[in-house]
Design a protein around this ligand. Structure first.
Ligand SMILES: CC(C)(COP(=O)(O)OP(=O)(O)OC[C@H]1O[C@@H](n2cnc3c(N)ncnc32)[C@H](O)[C@@H]1OP(=O)(O)O)[C@@H](O)C(=O)NCCC(=O)NCCS
Length: 180
């Protein structure tokens, strides 16, 4: 659990069981409103709860989940960002970035090399360090999940990915400055 630099009341944390209804509400909101994320049942969220990070906004002792996202391991070197959602009243405050960076830190800690996402908002992911990629670069995803998706033949999502070795190098350069 860490306090973010953006606001002292914002806490970056692994999801707890009690967070599931709030995570479900945010996912359902965006699934209904724009279809930018796939709907997930509460059962699916409980089943993958250890994938989820949340941002808690704690003000005057009251706590609210303002953003959430999941990192799902696909293979020994590959994971996917899924179900990334920000409270619609809190968009554009950098919360999506905080969640993605927390998921990437987790991926780095686990020793993963590549993180990808299938998204209708590639521009957001590009702002946080991902690059567009071919969906065919992730055949396990296509074979395991996309084939079962109702939107498969009419998919509006773009693949984006980040190589964590490049990210580590970039973060090191930003921290230490380029070596002469
Ligand atoms: C997409 C989403 C996660 C972004 O979260 P957010 O907190 O509003 O985004 P941030 O404030 O962290 O933005 C980080 C950067 O991305 C940019 N950005 C955010 N949303 C963007 C969009 N839709 N298109 C282009 N750029 C975007 C921001 O301008 C910012 O750029 P900057 O670093 O140059 O200032 C959020 O809007 C959301 O929940 N959308 C609905 C669900 C969804 O689309 N989830 C992703 C599906 S995989």
């Amino acid at each position: 659990m860490t306090t973010t630099e953006r606001s002292p009341g914002l806490i970056n944390d692994h999801a707890h069981l009690a967070d599931v209804p709030a995570i479900h509400r945010l996912i359902q909101y965006w699934a209904d409103e724009t279809g930018d994320v796939l709907p997930r049942s509460e059962g699916e969220i409980y089943g993958t709860l250890r994938d989820f990070m949340v941002l808690r906004d704690v003000q005057d002792g009251r706590e609210q989940i303002v953003a959430a996202g999941a990192l799902h391991i696909e293979w020994k070197d590959l994971a996917e960002v899924k179900s990334l959602v920000v409270d619609p009243k809190q968009q554009g405050r950098g919360l999506g970035r905080v969640v993605v960076e927390a998921l990437l830190d987790e991926a780095g800690r686990l020793g993963l090399r590549t993180v990808f996402a299938l998204t209708t908002t590639p521009a957001f992911f590009e702002r946080v360090g991902f690059q567009q990629a071919a969906v065919s670069s992730f055949p396990r995803k296509v074979w395991n999940e996309c084939f079962r998706c109702p939107k498969y033949s009419n998919c509006d999502e773009v693949a984006v990915s980040i190589d964590l070795r490049d990210k580590g190098l970039r973060d090191g350069l930003l921290r230490d400055g380029p070596s002469a």
